[in-house]
Unconditional design. Sequence first.
Length: 342
Amino acid sequence: MNKKKITYKKSGVNISAADNFVNFISNVSSKKKGKKKFSNIGGFGSITSIPQGINQPKIVACTDGVGTKIEIANTLNIFNTIGIDLVAMSVNDLIVQGAKPLLFLDYISINKIDLKKLKSIIKGILKGCRLSGCELAGGETAEMPGTYEKGKFDIAGFAVGVVNKNKILTKNRIKKNNLILAVPSSGLHSNGFSLVRYLINQKKINIKKNKFLKSELLKPTKIYVEEVLKLVNQGLINGCANITGGGLSDNIKRIIPNRMIADIDLNKIKTLDIFKWLRNNGISEKEMLKTFNCGVGFCLIINPKDLKKVTKYFSRDYKPYVIGKILKGNNKIKLNGSINWF
């Protein structure tokens, strides 16, 4: 008989390390009250309550990841921001429907449990949940030797929210002469990183030694939940769009009614240094506009009379400004002029 022990650990999966990680998450305490807020962690399923005061609740669900921004995190060995990105990419979609995020779940798959790396990621996820006002209700960490190369991993997020039926932001709220507002982004957010990495490789740039890129590439995605939900509750939004992959054009036209057009003046867009750097390093404007947010992280569609009321809900760095209006027309979107890249 072969006396060599064949164990799961020898195959590359360490259940004890995974259990230690679950214990770390479940023991995270609420800063305000000093007690466990994430008490559902570690069970087979998670339970949450529908908030009071919602008479006709409708459930909204979203899922997303952070794409190849993970590879930038791996290169720089910095993992404390991509968890915020993960939450942001889902909750910023939820609020487009007018929904309040209730709970969030994460999925992390990795070649080998690395507690230091995973703790850093989860701390970002917890921060993203706090910024969104939702609960980290659970998740899954899968150790998958042979599927991922050494040091490689992927993350995905799942958010569930609720909205009162009469506050759902539907296309029929959008009317002719409504204003289109740009809410600034914090940077690249979590889109277009395959193109960014391709450019960096082509230019043979060492991002570890480039102070500008090192500070810009891992800036976490701005979470717009607090401001947008206040506007929804006040009835100050007719429509909104999260500007992710596909840029302004592809995302705004998803919410425009038939026989209307979002007429946007690109000259009015206040872009950021990272986008100017990309444009000045050889990416065409057409490619920029269909790949990146170009400085516009979120768009609001409002009645002109509400402009001053809407802007007061945002901090100075994220103050919305007018970039266009809704007109009668076809094709749903028209981009005029050019962004000032220089």
